[in-house]
Design a protein around this ligand. Structure first.
Ligand code: F6R
Length: 610
């Protein structure tokens, strides 16, 4: 959480920093600020609230200079206020930071004892004073930052400017993400790729424990201990247009509509239709590895966790392997039994979620093999994993994940097919049916999207005032019910629960009355009859029923107050279709209520704090 950006070149820095921050705003948006090297020294402008407040402040007080750093904040230490906004200045030094300095209280006391005046409640200001203390002792900028960081415990990506060396930015990283961008006559840094896409495709991913000096001609990279690091830039294939709204009202809506394309891109070259198999040479796991796995443990958080529940069902059913899902935050520090023979699949859109990263590291340290499923190339989780299987959804900007979830499902199903073919648990005929079905899914989503959006926008008028909403599903529809409830909660602030339909009578049924809409996922599958019984139980309590049904299932539809149809598919494929109306439902309710769909309150896209 929090986004940082830096520019050193020959153009005016302020518009480039603002543009970068706009593209990073999804990472945090309670305050923002920039520090620019003006002819007379470093000047800082900060503002509380959304980026437009900073834009206005910069309009009133324009800053001129071609070297600068910027920050958009998601508060961890200290409430959102101008004094707590970054950059933080100490003497000739200004710092922006993403992460958490864990020993900041001890360092604060030590600095205050040494006569330093700390004006904010943040952990970041401590870093700026530590660097200042080292520069006062006569060290140059790079050495000062190295020495300061040696005293710091915790997670950080920092960018620093100093009046003593006005044509440079120094950046360093431990745990929080940081990418450098290089172009002719300018060098950039940012927390995430989209901030830099309009300026360059040439990027360098920094590793933990590295520090870099940026100037207009490029960068020099080394470890914090002083060892030089030689790393070439890589070309990123995402285009800047991919990170724009393209005429949609919100990024979330655009990303829902992009799902057919995201799925096609993710499956391209991986489905071997001739052999009814999955081509996963890129993963780097051998057929022997597939046979040696004794158990699969799927680790993730939030929406990605819901994808892993579907993944678990697929792995059990198709590959006949024991599989469990774990919330990464609960796995950590619990002394879970794990070791050789276990395959951990760590699923993360950003590839940077700290709980997932740390849990996967813990599992690896205990002897498990780690496979990463991530959307951001070169991010921390794939980097630490033994093998990686990327989703190709393109940049996801809306804070509520949609298209990345869809592509996580695709990778998990493809991996399950691959495993089952190697383990001999899925016949060619069954595999062919699933592979051919999967190929048709993007079209089956696409052909209904427009009409489904229209129908659901009308439908929510009746239901958008509900205070509570229940989502019910069985089997593979259960994780989709969880996902539907999470989407609704996070962007419309309506209380929602996802429940295994069979569990309703063990508690939540007490909530039901005529005011509570119940969204029932009832595709034609082996659970259909029992789900319909649960639907009837809810109806008997006068709840309003919204059904997600297979097209033409008039009998189920006759039990619903409203319904949405999805195409008939092989039952293992139903999640790809049933989740779409739930995403649209959440979107339409939020849009109807006028909430900030792409940047819901209190959330951030990438959660790099524990
Ligand atoms: C909800 C959402 C979050 C993320 C979670 C994990 O819409 O996006 O619940 O799924 O923060 O993030 P990643 O997948 O980046 O590890």
């Amino acid at each position: 959480m929090c986004g940082i950006v830096g520019y050193v070149g020959n153009e005016e820095a302020a518009p480039i920093l603002l543009d970068g921050l706009r593209r990073l705003e999804y990472r945090g948006y309670d305050s923002a600020g920039v520090a620019i090297q003006e002819a007379s020294g470093i000047e800082v402008v900060r503002a509380v609230g959304k980026l437009r407040n900073l834009e206005k402040a910069l309009f009133d007080r324009p800053l001129q200079g071609s070297v600068g750093i910027g920050h958009t904040r998601w508060a961890t230490h200290g409430r959102p206020s101008e004094v707590n906004a970054h950059p933080h200045v100490a003497g000739p030094i200004a710092v922006v930071h993403n992460g958490i300095i864990e020993n900041h209280l001890r360092l604060r006391a030590e600095l205050e004892k040494g006569g330093f005046t700390i004006t904010s409640d943040t952990d970041t200001e401590i870093v700026s004073h530590l660097i200042h203390r080292e520069t006062r002792a006569g060290h140059d900028m790079l050495t000062s930052i190295r020495r300061a960081l040696a005293q710091v415990e915790g997670a950080y990506a920092i960018a620093v400017v100093s009046e003593a060396e006005p044509r440079r930015i120094v950046v360093a990283k431990s745990s929080s993400p940081l990418v450098l961008g290089v172009s002719r006559n300018a060098t950039y840094c940012a927390s995430d790729i989209p901030a830099l896409l309009p300026y360059t495709n040439e990027m360098v991913f920094m590793e933990d424990g590295e520090i870099a000096v940026l100037d207009p001609d490029g960068f020099s990279l080394s470890t914090l201990a002083g060892e030089p690091v030689n790393r070439r830039s890589r070309k990123i294939s995402w285009s800047p247009v991919m990170a724009e709204k393209a005429g949609y009202k919100h990024f979330m809506l655009k990303e829902i509509f992009e799902q057919p394309r995201a799925l096609e891109d993710t499956m391209r070259g991986r489905l071997d239709r001739e052999r009814a198999d999955v081509e996963t040479a890129e993963i780097g796991l051998s057929d022997e590895d597939a046979k040696a796995i004794r158990r699969v443990i799927l680790l993730a958080c939030g929406t990605s966790h819901h994808a892993t529940i579907a993944g678990r069902y697929w792995i059990e059913e198709l590959a006949k392997l024991p599989a469990i899902t774990e919330l990464a935050s609960e796995f950590r520090g619990r002394d879970a039994v794990i070791g050789e023979g276990d395959l951990v699949i760590a699923v993360s859109q950003s590839g940077e979620t700290i709980d997932t990263l740390m849990a996967a590291k813990e599992a690896k340290a205990r002897g498990a093999k780690v496979l990463a499923i991530a959307n951001v190339n070169g991010s921390a989780i794939p980097r630490m994993a033994d093998a990686s299987f990327y989703t190709h959804a393109g940049p996801e900007i809306g804070v509520a994940s949609t298209k990345c979830f869809m592509t996580q499902l695709a990778n998990l199903l493809m991996f399950s097919i691959w495993l089952s073919r190697r383990r001999g648990t899925l016949s060619e005929g069954e595999a062919r049916e699933i592979v051919e079905g999967l190929v048709r899914i993007p079209h089956q989503i696409e052909e209904r999207l427009e009409a489904m959006h229209e129908k659901i926008s009308d439908m929510v008028r009746e239901f958008s005032n509900a205070r509570d909403v229940l989502f019910l599903g069985r089997g593979l529809s259960f994780p989709m019910a969880l996902e539907g409830a999470l989407k609704l909660k996070e962007i419309s602030y309506v209380h929602a629960e996802g429940y295994a339909a069979g569990e309703m009578k063990h508690g939540p049924i007490a909530l039901l009355d005529a005011e509570v809409p119940v969204i029932v996922l009832a595709p034609q599958d082996r659970h259909h009859e029992r789900v319909c019984s649960n639907l009837q139980e809810a109806r008997a309590r006068e709840a309003k029923i919204i059904g997600v049904t297979t097209a033409g299932d008039a009998q189920t539809q006759s039990l619903c107050d409203a319904f949405v149809e999805v195409a008939p598919v092989h039952e293992v494929l139903s999640p790809f279709l049933t989740v779409v109306p739930l995403q649209l439902y959440a979107y339409c309710v939020a849009d109807h209520k006028g909430t900030d769909v792409d940047q819901p309150r209190n959330l951030a896209k990438t959660v790099t704090v524990e």
